[in-house]
Design a protein around this ligand. Structure first.
Ligand SMILES: O=C(O)c1ccc[n+]([C@@H]2O[C@H](COP(=O)([O-])O)[C@@H](O)[C@H]2O)c1
Ligand SMILES: Cc1cc2nc[nH]c2cc1C
Length: 356
């Protein structure tokens, strides 16, 4: 079997017995019942994911995957393609938004070149980024498939391998990406996998105006007509209207799930990758935590399809893993409540008689 098929076959749903035992403890903690709300739901998830009442979320890693997109030729972004490589260098030097927010979370940031258009070999050779380049950007999905099915598999398998390697010294993963024009393939993926119209699934990305957004919708509609991706085949969708960094992130998510590690899903593009992972392995959603609600139109639809409620709502639309980084301390909050807070019996606190 292939790495992809093996990985999919190895993903288990959360451990229900550990969830039950965690629920039993959380029900008895010294507070009015469930008074920490969704932080407690998150604590249950951590227990179920790791199969432990003492989950650890100390060693944190944001993987920021970069890729370019042939569909940028259609004028769907407010920024030129070369920004992808320039921002990769900025992140590698520690000067991007993700670097500042990862420092708040005590997380490492690893940039991976999945297929930027420009030459990033000097950054890779000096060890500041990792190179898993599939090709120098995808083909233009408005005129044909973005990549071959074989490239789609390779991009996902590169992500799985990275998750396997990093799992040795990572307790908590976060996804991030950098890729000019990548909201275009992401909207296409969201439309195909949610059944929504392209109009509903498409936003303004880096900041295009109303007219350009109309054009972007038309480009995505054309890409779907030309390629006819099969909604029941995540690999077909990725190959026809996806991106290399999106495939890499889908692989990271599958790899983390197979290792029973929590993975925080960043914004719109990361959620599109999560939808690909869900379509390949429904149980992988049990290991995903939705970081935040991006203001990119279509993110709500994607989160709904994933069955996830985001932790934060800060009007972000940056990507890079910024929302995932900020959510990491909330995940630590959930873990500390489960592992550090006393029960009524332990602290000798009188219980009320409120119906639970
Ligand atoms: O994460 C998000 O929700 C998000 C929403 C809009 C834009 N972005 C970032 O902006 C870039 C894509 O925007 P665009 O307009 O070039 O498709 C890419 O580098 C993403 O990281 C990210
Ligand atoms: C400057 C810039 C930084 C980014 N980070 C993620 N996407 C981005 C897009 C642009 C344009």
């Amino acid at each position: 079997m292939s790495l992809l098929n093996d990985t999919i076959a190895g993903i288990r749903y959360q451990d229900q017995d550990t969830r039950r035992r965690a629920k039993d403890r959380l029900d008895r903690l010294t507070m009015p019942h469930w008074a920490l709300g969704r932080l407690l739901d998150l604590a249950l998830d951590l227990a179920g994911m790791t199969g432990s009442l003492q989950p650890v979320v100390e060693r944190r890693l944001i993987i920021t995957m970069a890729g370019d997109h042939g569909v940028a030729d259609e004028g769907v972004s407010a920024f030129p393609r070369e920004v992808t490589g320039q921002m990769v260098a900025n992140i590698a030097a520690g000067g991007a938004g993700i670097n500042a927010l990862a420092r708040v979370a005590g997380a490492r940031v690893q940039v991976v070149d999945m297929g930027a258009a420009c030459d990033l070999s000097s950054l890779a050779e000096s060890g500041r980024i990792l190179s898993r380049r599939i090709a120098p950007g995808t083909a233009n999905m408005a005129v044909g498939a973005a990549m071959s099915r074989e490239q789609a598999v390779r991009s996902i398998e590169a992500g799985i391998e990275l998750a396997q390697t990093f799992a040795a010294d990572t307790d908590l993963f976060g996804t991030g990406e950098m890729g000019i024009a990548n909201t275009t393939p992401s909207s296409a993926i969201v439309a195909v996998l949610t059944g929504a119209t392209v109009e509903q699934a498409t936003g303004c990305g880096t900041g295009i105006d109303v007219e350009r957004r109309k054009h972007k919708v038309a480009v995505i509609e054309r890409a779907l007509q030309v390629n006819r991706p099969d909604p029941d085949d995540g690999l077909d969708i990725l190959a026809k209207v996806g991106g290399f960094e999106i495939g890499g992130l889908a692989g990271m998510i599958l790899g983390a799930a197979a290792q029973k590690k929590a993975i925080i899903i960043d914004g719109f593009i990361s959620t599109a990758a999560a939808l690909i992972a869900q379509s390949l392995a429904p149980a992988s959603t049990d290991y995903m935590i939705a970081a935040h609600h991006s203001i990119e139109q279509g993110h709500c639809l994607a989160l709904e399809r994933l069955g996830k409620k985001p932790l934060l709502d800060l009007d972000f639309r940056l990507g890079e893993g910024t929302g995932a980084a900020l959510a990491m301390n909330l995940v630590e909050g959930a873990q500390r409540i489960l592992t550090e807070m006393a029960t009524f019996e332990e602290a000798a606190v009188s219980q009320g008689n409120v119906n639970q």
